[in-house]
Write a protein of this length. Structure first.
Lengths: 205, 60
């Protein structure tokens, strides 16, 4: 609980960014926007905790819920500087350097996930065993939200992989999409452009 | 919580690159029944449980 953590840790800021656009490994998409409910949640939280009493002020915490895109790096760096420059007393150069470091860390993390995913997949293929690719939302990593599905399968002996741990190297993926590549239906294994009939959710019509 | 699950290395590294120590950066807890029982009453009306439950994370 963050307000309780605050009492223990003397937090200065609660940072809950609104992420409007997320990185994607897929080619040829029109955009990669976040779910609007998820990206707007930080604003709902602000309203919830300031409506009658300002719980942030009461706890001497500043709540920071600025909006960011993760697909336009220069704009990301600009908004991060607008958000943190004065608050942390940093220069624009320091900010930009920290942003680059951040994206490098994200890329390194993805690479490590894919490396471990490939190890599991190659082992499974070698042993002719079955693994499970579990497709979910980002927050399904939270054990309080994923209904223990991962644990259930793993307890039964099936390794569970996330889409993030599937190697994205086009050369490695090519054999799984050989037919589509051979007939020119896609130019790379990561080209996905025919999943939805419309480029918006039919629920929002 | 929410999409911080897939982007945490970016945020953590940003603040560490600016000289913050790991102990100065605290992530919110996993969701639990107890957390929801305590924090669910702070009323947002939202059809999405994962979004709605974030408010419980803040509970005083």
């Amino acid at each position: 609980m963050i307000f309780k953590k605050s009492a223990a840790n003397q937090l200065d800021y609660i940072f809950f960014p609104c992420l409007t656009h997320m990185p994607t490994f897929v080619n040829g998409v029109e955009d990669s926007t976040s779910c609007p409910i998820v990206s707007g949640a930080p604003k709902v939280i602000r309203a919830t905790f300031t409506k009658e009493t300002d719980f942030f002020a009461k706890n001497n915490i500043e709540y920071v819920d600025a909006a960011f895109t993760l697909t336009e790096r220069n704009y990301f760096a600009k908004t991060m500087f607008e958000t943190w420059g004065e608050r942390l007393g940093i220069t624009e150069d320091e900010n930009d350097h920290a942003c680059r470091q951040g994206f490098d860390a994200l890329r390194a993390f993805d690479a490590e996930m894919e490396r471990r995913g490939m190890e599991i997949l190659e082992q499974l293929e070698w042993e002719n065993k079955v693994g499970v690719l579990l497709l979910g939302r980002l927050y399904h990593l939270d054990p309080g939200l994923n209904h223990s599905v991962l644990d259930e399968y793993q307890a039964l002996g099936y390794p569970v992989l996330s889409i993030r741990s599937i190697p994205k190297d086009p050369r490695w993926l090519a054999r799984f999409f050989k037919d589509d590549l051979d007939r020119g239906f896609v130019d790379t294994p990561l080209t996905v452009s025919d999943v939805w009939p419309e480029n918006y959710s039919t629920n929002s019509v | 919580m929410l999409n911080i699950y897939s982007t945490a290395p970016l945020w953590r590294t940003y603040f560490e690159a600016l000289g913050m120590k790991p102990a100065q950066i605290v992530f919110s807890d996993y969701t639990s029944e107890e957390m929801w029982a305590e924090g669910g009453r702070y009323g947002s009306i939202d059809p999405c449980y994962p979004s709605k439950v974030t408010q419980a994370t803040f509970t005083i």
